[in-house]
Design a protein around this ligand. Structure first.
Ligand SMILES: NC(=O)c1ccc[n+]([C@@H]2O[C@H](COP(=O)([O-])OP(=O)(O)OC[C@H]3O[C@@H](n4cnc5c(N)ncnc54)[C@H](O)[C@@H]3O)[C@@H](O)[C@H]2O)c1
Ligand SMILES: [Zn+2]
Length: 346
């Protein structure tokens, strides 16, 4: 699959603000801001990071709304150019820095809108990660929920049949499931995965520090999650080259490249950066143990009011999930990850 996965999405008119001017903090400003961010991280008890397309642009995967974003160019009638494929793209400094921050005990949970699978492929612990809009390397069985992490991208987007059958063996007589697998990458009208949505909602509320990296925050619910921590007196920090949708509610706005910020941040926190490596199946070794969810009284869809599109504000909304049980099970071909504990620890 080309990195232009947008080409596989259905037509959609309202794509938000594209091609806004890029902003760069001066060296002095940047140093002060990253020093403040390091202090905030040191004193935080629950740091949650939210990432978007901007953490993968240095891997050669274009964003959507930056000056050379797929939709910015589309608005100008220019065809986007692609230097890599999802298959070839390697984790960036920022992907590895986030893994380092998790291993150092600072980062409690990572929420991404990206579908490039690079957080998972960098070896970031799968049970501390929510991939809100899917992952182009994954297909899933709707019958038994088994997830298959492939080494190459699956052929479809939009939760379509991929042509493969589930090989999971279930029960004592080890009957093969044979469910028809579907991709997990969302199209506009598709529902978010209940497991990822529940975890993202829970950790966004538990956070005392939300750090957004390389996202314009124009898509909801993803773009609203970082705000939740402010209700508990938490702080919101954004690192982006463009003004984000939540600019007026952001406590610290850093206008710089994410890799540059993360490099300095790790230095200030005295954390060694890990070398880039590619993991082809999910890694489950979080220093915090598996993520835990309280048993929700009802699924999130019932608790929050949502609009599909608000044209006036240019908000783009991914549909909430279909009603499902509050606890969900995610199984990889070789690993099993359960998110059904009643513990409230973060
Ligand atoms: N890599 C991917 O998986 C990928 C790529 C393109 C789009 N998307 C999809 O786009 C949608 C979400 O939009 P979004 O907010 O993530 O993307 P977006 O294009 O709306 O915003 C990305 C933002 O990151 C900033 N940015 C780009 N490179 C940066 C860098 N090196 N340092 C700092 N900032 C940088 C841009 O200025 C831009 O504001 C999601 O649905 C997501 O699936 C994903
Ligand atoms: Zn199955």
């Amino acid at each position: 699959m080309s990195v232009n996965y947008a080409a596989g999405l259905s037509p959609y008119e309202h794509k938000g603000k594209c091609g806004q001017a890029e902003l760069f903090d001066s060296c002095d400003e940047l140093e002060k801001k990253v020093t403040l961010l390091a202090e905030l991280i040191r004193s935080s008890k629950c740091l949650v990071v939210h990432t978007g397309a901007g953490v993968s642009t240095s891997a050669g995967i274009p964003d959507f709304r930056g000056p050379n974003g797929v939709w910015t160019l589309e608005e100008r009638g220019v065809a986007p150019k692609f230097d890599t494929t999802f298959h070839e793209a390697q984790p960036t400094f920022t992907h590895m820095a986030l893994k380092s921050l998790e291993q150092a005990g600072y980062l409690k949970f990572l929420i991404t809108q990206n579908v490039d699978g690079l957080h998972m492929r960098s070896g970031f612990p799968a049970d501390r990660l929510a991939e809100l809009h899917g992952n182009v390397f994954v297909e899933q069985c709707p019958t038994c929920q088994t997830k298959y992490y492939r080494t190459t991208t699956v052929p479809t987007v939009g939760l379509k049949l991929t042509g493969n059958a589930c090989e999971a063996k279930k029960g004592t007589n080890a009957r093969v499931c044979r469910g028809k697998l579907r991709d997990v990458t969302l199209d506009w009208e598709d529902s978010l995965s209940e497991r990822d949505l529940q975890l993202a909602d829970f950790y966004s509320r538990a956070a005392d520090l939300s750090l957004c990296l390389g996202t314009s925050l124009q898509i909801v619910p993803a773009g609203n999650f970082p705000l939740y921590c402010r209700k508990n007196g938490g702080k919101l920090v954004t690192v982006s080259l463009q003004k984000t949708k939540q600019h007026s509610k952001t406590d610290l706005v850093i206008n710089a490249k994410v890799d540059e910020v993360m490099r300095r941040l790790l230095e200030l926190l005295n954390i060694e950066s890990l070398k880039a490596e590619l993991h082809l199946s999910p890694v489950l070794h979080s220093v915090h143990g598996p993520a835990t969810l309280p048993l929700a009284k009802e699924p999130i869809q019932k608790r929050s009011k949502r609009k599909l599109v608000d044209n006036e504000e240019g908000i783009i909304e991914m549909k909430p999930p279909k009603l499902e049980a509050a606890t969900t099970k995610l199984e990889a071909a070789t690993t099993k990850l359960e998110v059904d504990s009643t513990k409230l620890e973060v």
